[in-house]
Write a new protein. Structure first.
Length: 237
């Protein structure tokens, strides 16, 4: 019996479950069951050349959306790999709070692809930082691991703590764009002057919602002398 236990793959003793709906997936190595896997949608199609927002199908790429024309963001471009809904939303939630190692490599894979596809010339990669109070609650900054995947993929330097969150901000769930803007104003600082001078910075986060947070980070990085700031996220709301 003991021998049998030793030889039994762990997956049989602890069958995989779909990370989104909890259904047993048996031998499958995937994170989602078939039906949930089919709902993972890439965030593709015609998009704003700046913020990456989707245009309705058939409207063509390459032009700038109304919001970016009216008030251009500080960052040069933002891109996301997946649509933030269904199983992707659940995977990111679990990853954020559940510390699931396998999800780290699954989501990291999208960051590798995104960095190679869109921002291969990046010099430095940094994550949107957490305030140390939130870091203490959560134990790790999930975006830092995503940043590491992106940095490794394009041979850029990973800045672990070059960008810091110096003001504690309320969680932004449910806030509109104006509220989010006010919430993040003055929340970030560059830790060491000169670290980003002249660098093409790739800023990484898990989800792009209104862009208020990454734009505020970009503002601080540009003020610190960055040549450009581009934004890569796993998903886009
Ligand atoms: Zn499922
Ligand atoms: Zn736009």
């Amino acid at each position: 019996m003991l021998k049998l236990l030793y030889e039994t793959p762990l997956s049989l003793l602890y069958p995989n479950r779909c990370r989104a709906c909890g259904t047993r997936t048996g031998w499958s190595e995937g994170f989602f069951c078939g039906p949930c896997g089919d709902m993972v949608r890439p965030y593709d199609g015609p998009r704003c050349g700046v913020c990456g927002r989707h245009f309705p199908d058939g409207s063509g790429s390459g032009h700038t959306c109304y919001d970016c024309t009216k008030k251009p963001p500080v960052f040069e471009a933002a891109r996301a790999k997946l649509a933030y809904d269904g199983p992707v939303r659940e995977a990111i939630r679990l990853y954020k709070y559940g510390r699931i190692r396998k999800l780290r490599s699954y989501l990291g894979g999208f960051m590798e692809d995104g960095a190679r596809d869109w921002f291969p010339d990046s010099d430095v990669v940094c994550a949107v930082p957490l305030h140390r109070r939130r870091l203490r609650d959560r134990g790790f900054n999930q975006s830092l691991f995503l940043a590491e995947s992106a940095a490794l993929a394009v041979g850029a330097r990973l800045s672990l703590d070059g960008l810091a969150r110096v003001r504690y901000t309320a969680p932004q769930v449910g806030m509109g764009h104006a509220e989010r803007l006010a919430n993040v104003k003055g929340a970030f600082e560059v830790a060491r002057p000169g670290e980003f001078a002249g660098a093409r910075v790739l800023l990484v986060d898990d989800v792009y919602t209104t862009g208020a947070t990454v734009n505020e980070c970009a503002r601080v990085l540009m003020k610190a002398g960055a040549a450009s700031v581009r934004v890569l996220t796993v998903a886009r709301a």
